[in-house]
Ligand binder design. Sequence first.
Ligand code: PEP
Length: 263
Amino acid sequence: LVSRDNHPVRSTVRVGGVPIGPDTVTLIAGPCAVETPQQTLEAAQMAKAAGATLLRGGAFKPRTSPYAFQGLGEQGLRILADVREKTGLPIVTEVVDAHDVPLVASYADMLQVGTRNTQNFALLQAVGAAGKPVMLKRGMSGTIEEWLMSAEYIAQRGNLDIVLCERGIRTFETATRNTLDVSAVPVAQRLSHLPVIIDPSHSGGRRDLVLPLTRAAVAVGADGVIIDVHPHPEQALCDGPQALVDGDLEELARIMRDFPPLL
Ligand code: PEP
């Protein structure tokens, strides 16, 4: 279902009316985690100022440590819905448990499946049946073939509104949190008709790498990027070191503006 063999034309997925696909480079930005109404609104305003047309923000956070901030849950979803109301930005947010899919889908414009859940097949089937577009991250140790098979689980449930997201993979390198596999973009685009975007924030895990990796994403032909921004990253409850700050936004906007879509 997701293979390009049976569907030669590359697809565009619409999220609350915003297209992600071959004719555009969509900027999705926002906080890694929803922390407070004020922080989420400020991050959304930062995102909008940089040209983002979709707001990201996690209410359910899949953290490596059980002692780390796990997200605000439904309270976080309510904050996101309120910020959507105020900014007009449709919401992309993660769901980590199949049982929470109806709840998260009742607020979200797009459901995100994170790298740790790329082969959680019950979750994939549940989001496939939820009637909302899905962003599917690549497993941090997953091959492109495995990633596409995960997308197939979603598609099998009748949902072809899937966006693939390369977010870095595990390699021997320790200088970066993950190694961004830029080649995954053209490879996945050749094998699948689904749009492919890049997450330069979770790939590098470092603020100073986000803009260079965004340039790489756009240059390699990614259909979009998803980027963490935070008004006060030093106080962030999740992934502060990779969040862009106010001073980065002009350059981010310039990158998105100056790279014409590769048609
Ligand atoms: C995220 O985008 O908030 C996230 C946790 O990403 P990943 O699943 O790629 O680690």
